[in-house]
Design a protein around this ligand. Structure first.
Ligand code: UDP
Length: 320
């Protein structure tokens, strides 16, 4: 099949490209390199089944041509990372709302199957756990960047859903919970590559807030395997699925675990949220997915333990 991956030079997109090529498919990626990196895909560029197109999803003409010649679109291009969104709210909104709208419009024009990647930010401050796909969203003011991101992604979900319901567009929605692994950069705030880098350099580990907030981290390879499984399953269209790990850990415990595994001399430092992000910043205290739905439909189950994921990231960062 011919796959188009928007944002294919990013952290998840590059792993997805590798996986689809290994399955014998043709992969075209569209990336504007705003956060994507050439080194993520350099090793794929000699593959005759791989094509790189440098450009924006907001380029209507380009997007039209690329979608016309694809069988399936993985829409991953987005402004992600809480720090990036807080720093560049306008760019984030435009890419995340207009970009997805255009991808869906073109997919509808040529009736192509499309998978839209959304986020666990959808659930906002709902600390119940494990969070099911139909659970309530609890959000603060849309004037706070974090909640505007959650709202932008919710608009993407609604658009995809309505395109399916009203026009029969075969669209799948996935909500990615914290996904980590080799090639993820700490530059946009993601906690695991940040902490590992700090630990390897024996620098202070920067814990935001009191470190009691918890997350579950999924290996990118498990996330990719879930995406591929859903793309192949006809019953996944017109529906939404959580993708994530259920191994819950507080950020403070995560820091200690990384120090232990790296043998680092780093000390923990605690930074108030308003200093780390912006005045009035609100964090999620807990975020655990219910993955029963995707498990039932395609048999998805995370295979990497957190300690193995951390080791993979250490190996990658040491090599690079
Ligand atoms: N975090 C932290 N130190 C950092 C970066 C992040 O303590 O240097 C915290 C962040 O405030 C959040 C958690 O780690 O509570 C996960 O952050 P990340 O940006 O990786 O993902 P999020 O779950 O916020 O989308």
């Amino acid at each position: 099949m011919n796959f188009l991956i928007t944002g294919g030079a990013g952290f998840i997109g590059s792993h997805l490209s590798e996986s689809l090529l290994a399955l014998g498919h043709k992969v075209c990626i569209l990336d504007d390199f705003s956060t994507g990196r050439m080194e993520n895909i350099d090793h794929l560029r000699n593959n005759p089944d791989f094509q790189l197109v440098v450009g924006s999803i907001l380029n209507q003409y380009l997007l039209d041509k690329l979608i016309e010649r694809s069988d399936f679109i993985f829409h991953l291009a987005a402004a992600v990372g809480v720090e990036l969104i807080v720093k560049k709210p306008m760019e984030s909104l435009t890419t995340n709302i207009k970009g997805s709208e255009m991808v869906l419009e073109m997919a509808h024009r040529y009736h192509r199957k499309v998978l839209i990647t959304s986020t666990s930010e959808i659930y906002g401050k709902n600390t119940n756990g494990p969070l099911k796909e139909g659970d309530d969203r609890i959000l603060g003011s849309p004037l706070k960047s974090r909640w505007s991101y959650s709202t932008a992604k919710a608009v993407d979900e609604m658009l995809a859903y309505v395109y399916w319901k009203e026009y029969g567009l075969p669209a799948i929605i996935v909500r990615l919970f914290n996904t980590v692994g080799p090639r993820q950069t700490g530059a946009y705030g993601m906690v695991v590559p940040r902490f590992v880098e700090q630990a390897l350099k024996n620098k202070p580990i920067t814990i935001y807030g009191n470190g009691k907030q918890s997350r579950c981290f999924l290996h990118v390879k498990d996330a990719v395997s879930a995406l591929v499984k859903l793309s192949k399953e006809p019953k996944s269209t017109g529906d939404v699925f959580n993708i994530g790990s259920q191994e819950e850990i507080t950020i403070e415990q995560l820091a200690r675990e990384i120090i232990k595994i790296t043998g680092s001399k780093s000390k923990l430092i605690y930074i108030p949220y308003e200093k780390a992000y912006e005045e009035g910043f609100e964090d999620m205290q807990r975020r655990v997915p219910d993955i029963g739905k995707i498990k039932k439909l395609v048999g998805f189950k995370p295979t990497y333990k957190l300690s193995e994921i951390i080791k993979d990231i250490i190996a990658y960062l040491k090599k690079n």
